[in-house]
Design a protein around this ligand. Structure first.
Ligand code: RET
Length: 252
């Protein structure tokens, strides 16, 4: 459980503001994606719908995270006083459990592989992603550095498998993509790799000498920034790929 009283009032508000920003980004990206869905060819609408679903699920969880953050302390005295109600970090992990496999499916769908390949890649990568999140949670809520480290190591195993599959396994598929989108699919794949690398690094902050309120700021703001890049920015790249591929197919 986080010790909320290690936060200064400024740190507490900074985190609250970053959650609020996260909610605004996720909700508006959802609206944009769903409203623009008909501007892509029917074959890509599923990918765009799922992209919007990811940001919608995230918007809901950011709202819950904000409410839980608000309830965990009382600031009416001008200081951060814990109310005794714990800040619920499970919302973040439940959000990831749902959205991370969907993000991978999105990337696979936009490549339009054979049905068999789509299903087998989605199951393998989606399953590994779920395992990675489940193994991370016990460490996130643990008070001891040893437990945090142990679950980091365990969660890194499926994580590295996913990265390896993306870099090596999808390279083949990328080379078969039309020229107009090869670059963008490349960008999407590397955006996944770079933005996802953020998470295990943010998780390590409390273990590498950042303490007290600063550790809470580093972790909460760090995950929020990573979520915005991995879901909203990535979603818009997927949408652009779908638009370009639709145009390329229409002019054939
Ligand atoms: C954890 C635990 C420590 C080790 C690793 C982790 C990886 C988390 C990742 C999360 C990605 C989340 C995304 C959310 C957006 O939708 C669980 C922090 C490897 C990669 C992309």
């Amino acid at each position: 459980m986080l010790n909320m009283e290690t936060l200064s009032l400024e740190q507490y508000s900074f985190i609250a503001n970053s959650f609020s920003f996260g909610l605004a980004v996720m909700a508006s990206t959802t609206l944009f994606l769903w409203l623009m869905r008909s501007s892509v060819a029917p074959g890509y609408r599923m990918a765009v719908t799922i992209t919007g679903l990811v940001t919608a699920i995230a918007a809901y969880h950011y709202l819950q995270i904000m409410l839980s953050w608000d309830k965990a302390v009382d600031v009416t005295t001008g200081q951060v006083v814990a109310t005794g109600e714990p800040f619920n970090q499970a919302y973040r992990y439940v959000d990831w459990l749902l959205t991370v496999p969907l993000l991978l499916v999105e990337l696979i769908l936009v490549m339009k592989l054979s049905q068999q390949e789509t299903i087998s890649k989605s199951l393998k990568l989606g399953g590994a992603a779920a395992l990675m999140i489940i193994l991370g949670y016990p460490g996130e809520v643990a008070d001891s550095a040893g437990t945090r480290t142990l679950f980091w190591v365990l969660s890194m195993i499926p994580f590295l498998y996913i990265l390896y599959s993306l870099v090596v396994g999808l390279k083949d598929s990328i080379s078969k993509q039309p020229a107009a989108v090869k670059g963008l699919i490349h960008t999407a794949t590397y955006l996944v790799i770079v933005s996802w690398l953020f998470y295990p690094i943010v998780y390590l902050f409390p273990l590498i000498g950042i303490t007290g309120g600063s550790a809470i700021v580093a972790v909460e703001v760090g995950y929020t920034v990573a979520d915005i890049v991995a879901k909203a920015v990535f979603g818009l790249v997927i949408f652009t790929i779908a638009v370009r591929k639709s145009e390329a197919e229409a002019s054939k």
